[in-house]
Design a protein around this ligand. Structure first.
Ligand code: FMN
Length: 192
């Protein structure tokens, strides 16, 4: 019997108007879905009624979000670098569902105008380690992000970038292997 594909939640790290993040995340999700061993879901903070008030999300929406993220076997976080950190909206998202990350591998695509976004990734590794997630070493970083886009804000990765993502997903899949139960009937790590 063919193994069940791993479920990868692709998390969009920016909610800025005109963001580059969404097309990059869509590209990554399409590459994931083109594989036989993974499928992608998309978690987008811009679609959520986030606020910094006392009740960050209506309970029903929060429950749906948490259930969706609980289903993921692992996460791919796509983040820009903002002032040598990562966007506040991404931290907000991480904070409102703090229990969904535990024991799950996390990998990153980061980018910036002047840098590859590695400062953002280093800070995220620290946060995810605290939340007992498993940030993996390999990350895809894109410097000078504007040059990867055409005038219609369509992401146009070169072949090296596409190959780099493919290698990262291979390593991601390897990192997940020890966590997949070999017991019959246990197909997904989140069902343990
Ligand atoms: C508030 C802000 C801070 C930024 N800080 C950095 C930075 O520290 N380093 C960098 O390389 N690019 C920086 N940039 C450029 C962004 O990485 C670039 O605009 C990117 O497209 C932003 O991601 P987004 O379009 O998905 O929101 C910054 C952009 C913004 C809006």
């Amino acid at each position: 019997m063919a193994p069940v594909p791993l479920s990868i939640a692709t998390v969009i790290g920016s909610a800025r108007y005109g963001r580059r993040c969404e097309p990059i995340a869509q590209w990554a999700a399409s590459r994931i879905n083109a594989r036989h061993d993974m499928t992608a879901d998309m978690i987008d903070p811009s679609g959520l009624p986030l606020s910094f008030g006392e009740q960050p999300l209506p309970l029903d929406i929060w429950c749906q979000l948490e259930a969706r993220m609980e289903k993921a076997d692992a996460f791919l976080v796509v983040t820009p670098e903002y002032h040598q950190g990562y966007p506040a909206v991404l931290k907000h998202l991480i904070d409102i569902v703090p229990n969904v990350w535990q024991a799950k591998p996390v990998c990153f695509i980061s980018y910036g105008t002047y840098s590859k976004g590695m400062q953002a990734v280093e800070q995220l590794r620290q946060v995810f380690s605290f939340l007992q997630a498993i940030p993996i070493d390999h990350a895809l970083g894109l410097e000078g992000i504007e040059r990867y886009f055409d005038r219609n804000n369509v992401f146009k990765p070169d072949s090296d970038t596409t190959q780099h993502l493919s290698t990262m997903l291979d390593r991601f899949h390897q990192a997940l292997q020890p966590m997949i139960s070999v017991q019959p009937g246990r197909k997904r790590i989140h069902e343990q």
